[in-house]
Ligand binder design. Structure first.
Ligand SMILES: *Cc1c(COP(=O)(O)O)cnc(C)c1O
Length: 428
């Protein structure tokens, strides 16, 4: 049996951890089968408890963009650890990472560190509400901004995978302040501004969506959001938890040349440690405690070990001028080749790819532009077969048709070939 020890560990875990996992999508519920338990990782590979290795396209859901256990990050973090684990006081390192982030990300003067992408987005809307003195926010169906109450309204991936987009426990009072629009549909946003004149604090959006699978913004969509926000005195929040330091050093703002008012980060920013951040112009960030009245805090925020891992990772990326070209080219090769191979097999498919994010959709459609398209036009049963086929062939992609692949710089020709070989032997 391929996953003998994983199966035993999963059975044991289920007695002590709800569903055996600490984050739902890890449970393989939508694709079926037993989640594999990982014991270690290095470079492009993760190793399971049964001794098998996999080419890793999850990369901890994005953070491991330079590959696992990069020696420079490892050494810097171990050295930092020797000086203590956490102080709960300011450190010089926090200013250093803030200087680096504000120097490479457009349209921000200051940054506040938190411990997850969820915290970053939750704090960003509080700040937007405090700044504008308005209550309502606009979010898009299929976009995920973490699991705080205000966002658990038609959230993508995790929530979509489990078919309970409106989680129990989110109060009506909270839900009524979250207005839903359709991704890539500017008219749906305009209508909300007309119906809620003067009440909308912010639009929050994944500038390149990854939580309904990879869905790319159509020409004019984000520009239109920018204009609507400016005209209506609302703030534009780019949730760059996934795209930040992945689509460019300055994230989607830089890559697509659109200015956001508040930007949120997570994933890559911590280099594999629990870090999030939100950032904006000084005029907005000045509203945050202790300078201003909008409260936000964290016992472990700016933790020195996490900061050292993040700072070292960001510096490696920033000093490697060709890194984004390389991972983008790898992703382009993968998407084109996989598309061709599936076509040759007569398996209808469409691949969305942007930079180092991509998703393979099994569909007759020529375009996948929003959550509805992913949910109704794609064959998720075929995806599940595809997933298990790849896994059996030691290629590990996210266990849901509502997720993106995350390509790391450790993926080279050998890994690409192994992946394409696995796709070649896929049969419906
Ligand atoms: C992952 C993600 C989050 C949530 O981050 P966590 O660290 O899991 O809390 C928020 N927004 C986007 C776009 C994400 O991809």
């Amino acid at each position: 049996m391929l996953y003998q020890r994983s199966s035993a560990l999963f059975a044991d875990a289920q007695n002590y951890i709800p569903g055996g996992v600490n984050s739902p999508v890890r449970a393989f519920k939508s694709v079926g089968g037993t989640p594999i338990f990982i014991s270690k990782a290095e470079g492009a590979y993760i190793y399971d408890e049964d001794g098998r290795s996999y080419v890793d396209y999850i990369n901890s859901w994005g953070p491991m963009i330079i590959g696992h256990t990069h020696p420079d990050v490892l050494n810097a973090t171990v050295e930092q650890m020797k000086k203590g684990f956490s102080f709960g006081t300011p450190t010089e390192l926090e200013t250093e990472i803030a200087k680096l982030i504000t120097s490479v990300v457009p349209n921000i003067d200051m940054v506040r560190m938190v411990n997850s992408g969820t915290e970053a987005c939750m704090s960003a809307i509080r700040l937007a509400r405090g700044y504008t003195n308005r209550d309502k926010i606009v979010k898009f169906e299929g976009c995920y901004h973490g699991h705080s109450d205000a966002f658990l309204i038609k959230a993508g991936s995790g929530a979509a995978t489990f078919g309970n987009p409106n989680s129990p426990g989110v109060t009506q009072g909270t839900a009524k302040d979250t207005l839903l629009a359709e991704y890539n549909n500017l008219e749906s946003v305009k209508a909300l501004f007309e119906q809620n004149n003067g009440e909308i604090a912010a639009i929050i959006v994944e500038p390149i969506a990854g939580n309904m699978g990879c869905v790319v913004p159509q020409e004019g969509f984000l520009e239109g959001l920018r204009t609507l926000c400016t005209e209506n005195g609302a703030l534009l929040i780019f949730d760059e938890v996934m795209t930040g330091f992945r689509q460019a050093m300055g994230g989607a703002q830089e890559r697509l040349n659109i200015a956001a008012d508040i930007v949120t980060f997570g994933k890559v920013i911590g280099g594999g440690f629990p870090v999030g951040a939100f950032a904006a112009r000084a005029e907005i960030m000045n509203h945050l405690a202790p300078l201003g009245p909008v409260y936000q805090a964290g016992t472990l925020s700016g933790n020195p070990i996490a900061m050292r891992a993040g700072y070292t990772t960001l510096n490696i990326i920033n000093n490697d001028r060709d890194l984004f070209n390389r991972i983008d080219a790898t992703t382009e090769t993968l998407s084109k080749e996989i598309h061709t191979i599936l076509n040759e097999k007569g398996i209808a498919n469409h691949i969305n790819q942007f930079g180092s994010m991509m998703s393979v959709f099994f569909t007759e459609a020529n375009e996948i532009n929003n959550f509805e398209d992913v949910a109704t036009k794609c064959n998720h049963e075929t995806f599940n077969k595809f997933f298990h086929h790849l896994l059996t062939n030691e290629v590990y992609i996210a266990p849901s048709g509502y997720e993106t692949w995350f390509i790391s710089d450790a993926i080279k020709d050998a890994e690409i070939n192994k992946t394409l070989e696995a796709v070649r032997s896929f049969e419906l």
